[in-house]
Write a protein that binds this ligand. Sequence first.
Ligand SMILES: *[C@@H]1O[C@H](CO)[C@@H](O)[C@H](O)[C@H]1NC(C)=O
Ligand SMILES: [Cu+2]
Length: 158
Amino acid sequence: MALSPLTILVVIATIFLPSIAVAKDIVVGDDHGWTVGFDYSAWAADKTFFVGDVLVFKYAVGEHNVFKVNGTAFQSCTVPPPSEALTTGSDRIVLAIPGRKWYICGFGGHCSAGQKLVITVQPQTLPPTLPPAPAPSPSKDGHGFGGWVSKKILTIFH
Ligand SMILES: *[C@@H]1O[C@H](CO)[C@@H](O)[C@H](O)[C@H]1NC(C)=O
Ligand SMILES: [Cu+2]
């Protein structure tokens, strides 16, 4: 079976891409931002969060804020000291550690009214397992992996 040039290029690209998973910015609530009257559990339900992703909380400064809390404070809407608040209106939180994370708004009544977000952060995914590649060797006779690729590319483009 002859492999098409496209297939071979895809294989080469797959081998040399540093990683399949790309960290991304995730705007909480999408266009709604961080506000009252939005269902953040429904919003989060169909999403997967990975280590390296960044949560972005967008809101009008002075109308909301963001506190990272634990599960207990999340349930009871217990607001931590003001010094722990994020208040820029475009707060970025890098998801650095896998596990459950809880966020609430500290403005009066907002958390109880549903301005609270709980997510589970998954460990970073690894690229799909590839069959073991022959160890690259600096040999001049082209038996190394690099030589194999060059030969294939020459085959394609000659
Ligand atoms: C959760 O957070 C609250 C408020 O910051 C704190 O008083 C409490 O001890 C914490 N609970 C746990 C289990 O860490
Ligand atoms: Cu709020």
